[in-house]
Design a protein around this ligand. Sequence first.
Ligand code: GLA
Length: 367
Amino acid sequence: MTTLGAIGATPRLGSTIKKSFGKTPDGQPVDLYVLTNISGAEVSITNYGGAVVSLKVPDRSGKLADVVLGYETADGYVNDKSYFGALVGRYGNRIAHAQFVLDGKTYTLAKNNGENSLHGGIKGFNKAVWAAKVLSTKDGQSLELSYLSKDGEEGFPGNLKVKVIYTLTDANALQIEYSAATDKKTVVNLTNHSYFNLAGQSSGNILGHQLMIQADKFTPVDASLIPTGELRDVAGTPFDFRKSTAIGARIDQEDEQLKLGGGYDHNFVLRRAAGVGESLAARVVEPTTGRVLEVWTTEPGVQFYTGNFLDGKTAGKGGMTYPRRAAFCLETQHYPDSPNQPKFPSVVLNPGERYHTITTYKFSVEK
Ligand code: GLA
């Protein structure tokens, strides 16, 4: 075990510990970085897929619990099909028919979700080994992860240099800063796929969590979960979370969109002014523990997913298995299938431009 981020030099800011986390199938060693802040909150991140492995935050009585789903060792992440905690790229969510056109040229991607490409393809960024560097910044302990996605990887054009900085602040926030640059015109949509349960990672379903999403519209989908292109008003639908509402209040309601998603698995169009930095996207309260999660982002959308595909079969941390709806995801993003939807905000990145987005998960408590 090595202590990095010198406690002596910056006592206010906690520390970072590096541990071995196992090996990839081809024998590459991977690590786990445990970052703590001055109030004892803790996040563990592996450089395999850049996944958030655990995240411990206090409840209203100060008791810490791990509020994200995950696995005990690298093997779990190697075999994972749910994207637990992972960094998702090069393109988060779906691209229809696994293809898109840039400057008249058609790019063909691997189909890993029926006819579509999902979350970057067969070997997305969640299956890559990232280079890791511990930083002590003014805001807290940080972990910088870098990855070079080569020209043609999974069918995407351009060598894409990606950098993600996770920071655990002393105010119990986990900030994720994403940046990227390319040498050929490409498409980019990066996110983190943490599965949250604010009562604790193995404490049943999340239907009682109260959710608010700052969205007047969402993007309805077809049978393969590709957006139809419409931006539909949430008013009068089970997608209206403008006022805080229990996640489970309407999830089993007779509704075409809920049926297609097997619950919520939809992109919400965030109410935010362009160019203002991060704004509040969503707020979740878990009434029994008082834990509160706020999601702040510079992104125009958020995928709200209720763990509809979890089936209780995968072995997670502490010998737990995770049943359907044991967690929710709030994946900040550009809208799914944007490369094929000219009316959606653009995901094109040109050489010389810098892709740069920030998402922060802020934890607090309510009495
Ligand atoms: C996203 C997708 C879902 C599913 C999960 C992971 O939320 O929209 O359909 O793929 O990731 O299982």
